[in-house]
Design a protein around this ligand. Structure first.
Ligand code: F6P
Length: 728
């Protein structure tokens, strides 16, 4: 190691003499930047440097990216000749310390005494570690230093972005020209529209009931998945006798048996899923829960959930009553009160959280069994055939739901009017010992909304698809409604949630009775916060970041030039799209690429959400996918196998991301004004999956291109999607 010698500013070595002679040296300082690069992962060994500026102390280099370490410092003018050496030290300890091979390095008057050679370290195992070394030195005046530090802080440093308050309100809208956002975006937003992938959920023209479960007991093929709608003879069950016998239970479909066997033989191996609980299995030999891959559709797989949902699952498995492990949400309400819409929305939310949930619509069973064109007479309470037929299809649907629960299904949403006690008693009897029932009653006192719903129904419901005369359809439906009104009995029994005037757009209220448990509590919370006021939600990734350009994941880099252009185009777009929506808000993550993307947008409040930060890639943060494949092949393979559940070491999985996004979803549901969400690929995949009702296993693979806006329109008829591509 060098002597620690340092000369006074005397002109230094030959190499730097000219520079020193030509410059006025007064007050100038040497700005030194040292970098070491090694592609082999040696994260436990931290490169340090020890030099003549302070020979007793080794300074650690900081990790700049996965393979690069860096240290910059300023040396006072009296240190013109510096000699130094690199060391490797374990994290959090001084031993063993490996000093680089060969002589000390010298920096004389700002120039390196020799060509930068590799730094070689012989480590314990006898292995030699090689680091590439980059040394840069500049003479700078204190003024230059201060100025460049300021510029660095203002323009590039994350701290500068973080200097923007978490919540900021810039209420002075400016025109595109003034805010620099006039980057050639034409006024005609339609010009930027690109086709959206079509999903069952994003077409407002699909009647929600059509997307519900296929009546398995009415359709050939045991799972009801057959496209054939051939009708089968149906035997009406006597509800009081159903499920009393053990073992095989006769189904209502002649010649078939529903799989309602008792699984005693599997005791200790198959453990039912709990309410609020995704699938779990307790191994027969131990009390340890284990799991297999998601998406196989088999029993005994681990939950498609993380965090609170998984914790509740375990608690329910260990402690819950068997019948409480399955939950039926039984809708109650007069026709045209938004039951099917509410049921569909709740199904979407629970599925997204990882609860195995299905929506059973009795109307679908009725249409299949008795045809779609029943007149209002069919629904009269004093029509015994009609009553029997309606009870029959309700019992069929309910039993299909129980069969599915027995196979492992967790939450059934049972969608029918169920508008009198007699019917509800029948369902409670069917459910005895099989599942817990919560009634969900939708009440609407606003005649205008009811009228609107009725009209929508005539336009959309398959019940009126063959009625060419709209007015005749309207009159018939109003008769049907009157028939129901005559015998309607509001819920007052059991566990229930009443949603009163929640569709009016003015708040409404929720009444609950006898509700307890994790999942029921969560359902109430969701229902309290949702409403049907139409408003757009705009989802977009940040503008291209510097790490995107380098193909590195994670990190917190600023945006590239293309990213900046997008930020301006986005500002222009938002200004035009939401010009009449002053209550709209802009949500970003806390990472600078989203904050910088939002920065040209003015006139709207901006809110930073930690929950919107990109998936945490843990030890792989900052790597390229190639580097992960090369340096951490096991991680690469595990992620490839199960991208949804794979959790980066010291990072997150997609399921973790979904868990942390729940408050964001609740707030998006609660907001009545438009929201622009500027976030990241993985996070937007998870958010988009909620709105588009995409299955969890697809989430990590959803396409989420840069520089594209996905507009989600939420309203009474469901969710609609439109995409704008602002840049090629
Ligand atoms: O590459 C951009 C990025 O946002 C990364 O920061 C993040 O790790 C990644 O996308 C998420 O996508 P995937 O789950 O497909 O790796």
């Amino acid at each position: 190691m060098g002597t620690g010698s340092s000369k006074e500013t005397d002109g230094g070595s030959e190499g730097s003499k000219d520079r020193l002679d030509n410059d006025d040296q007064s007050g100038r300082q040497l700005y030194v930047s040292l970098k070491m690069e090694n592609h082999k992962l040696t994260a436990h060994l931290v490169p340090h440097v020890v030099g003549s500026w302070e020979s007793s102390k080794a300074l650690p280099l900081e990790r700049e990216s996965v393979s690069m370490w860096e240290l910059s410092f300023v040396v006072p003018p009296n240190h013109e000749t510096l000699d130094f050496k690199f060391l490797l030290k374990p994290k959090d300890s001084d031993v063993p310390c490996f000093v680089e091979e060969g002589p000390s390095r010298q920096l004389i008057g700002g120039a390196l005494g020799e060509d930068a050679r590799l730094a070689l370290f012989k480590v314990d195992s006898g292995e030699v570690l090689e680091y590439q070394v980059f040394v840069k030195a500049d003479r700078v005046s204190p003024f230059d230093l201060a100025a460049s530090w300021r510029a660095y802080q203002e323009n590039f440093r994350p701290s500068a972005v973080r200097g923007i308050p978490d919540v900021s309100i810039s209420s002075t809208p400016q025109t595109g020209g003034e805010n620099g956002s006039s980057a050639g975006l034409e006024l005609d937003l339609e010009h930027y529209v690109v086709p959206a992938p079509s999903t069952s959920a994003n077409s407002a023209h699909v009647y929600a009931a059509n997307n519900t479960e296929n009546p398995r007991s009415l359709i050939s093929g045991s799972d009801g998945s057959s496209s054939s709608t051939k009708e089968m003879e149906v035997v009406v069950p006597d509800p009081s006798k159903v499920f009393q016998s053990s073992g095989m239970v006769e189904s209502k479909s002649v010649g078939t048996f529903s799989p309602l066997q008792k699984h005693d033989s599997q005791k200790g191996h198959f453990v039912d899923r709990g309410v609020g609980s995704p699938r779990l299995v307790r191994s027969s030999s131990s009390n340890i829960f284990s799991g297999d891959n998601l998406g196989t559709g088999t029993k005994n797989s681990m939950p498609a959930a993380a965090g609170a949902v998984a914790a509740a699952a375990v608690a329910d498995q260990m402690l819950g009553l068997k019948e409480d492990r399955h939950l039926a949400i039984v809708l109650v309400g007069l026709p045209a009160r938004g039951k099917t819409f509410t049921a569909a929305k709740l199904t979407r939310y629970l599925r997204w959280l990882g609860h195995d949930t299905k929506h059973f619509n009795v109307g679908k069973y009725r249409r299949l069994k008795h045809g779609a064109n029943q007149s209002a007479d069919f629904f009269r309470a004093d029509n015994p055939e009609g009553m029997e037929a309606r009870d029959e299809v309700a019992a069929l649907a309910f039993e299909d739901m129980l069969s599915w629960m027995h196979e492992g299904g967790q939450v059934g949403i049972f969608d029918a009017t169920n508008s009198n006690r007699r019917r509800r008693n029948m369902l409670m009897k069917l459910a005895e010992g099989k599942c817990k029932i919560i009634f969900l009653e939708t009440i609407c006192n606003d005649v205008n909304i009811i009228e609107k719903n009725i009209r929508l129904k005539i336009q959309q419901s398959p019940d009126y698809a063959e009625e060419p005369d709209f007015e005749a359809g309207l009159a018939d439906f109003k008769n049907r409604l009157a028939n129901y009104e005559k015998v309607y009995e509001p819920v007052g029994e059991g566990s229930y949630i009443k949603m009163i005037d929640k569709v009016s757009g003015h708040g409404g209220q929720i009444q609950v009775n006898n509700i307890s448990g994790y999942l029921p509590g969560r359902i109430v919370f969701f229902l309290v916060n949702t409403h049907l006021t139409p408003r757009p939600i705009l989802l977009t990734r940040h503008g291209e970041s510097q790490d995107n350009v380098r193909g590195r994941i994670g990190g917190d880099t600023a945006i590239s030039e293309a990213g900046e252009l997008y930020s301006k185009k986005l500002a222009n777009f938002v200004e035009k799209r939401l010009k009449s929506e002053r209550a709209a808000s802009i949500w970003t993550s806390t990472l600078q690429r989203t904050i910088l993307t939002a920065s040209p947008i003015v006139g709207f409040p901006k809110i930073q959400w930690r929950a919107l930060d990109e998936i945490n890639a843990g030890v792989c943060d900052g790597m390229t996918y190639e580097e992960i494949k090369k340096n951490r092949p096991e991680e690469y393979e595990s992620r490839k196998k199960d991208k949804l559940r794979y959790r980066y070491p010291r990072g997150e999985s997609y399921l973790d991301v979904i868990q942390r996004l729940e408050p964001v979803i609740i707030e998006l549901e609660r907001q009545r004004a438009p929201v622009v969400v500027i976030s990241h690929q993985a996070v937007l995949r998870a958010l988009y999956a909620y709105f588009a009702d995409r299955p969890l296993k697809e989430v990590p693979h959803i396409e989420m291109p840069l520089h594209t806006i996905i507009e989600i329109q939420m309203g009474v008829t469901g969710v609609q999607e439109k995409r704008y591509k602002l840049m090629d």
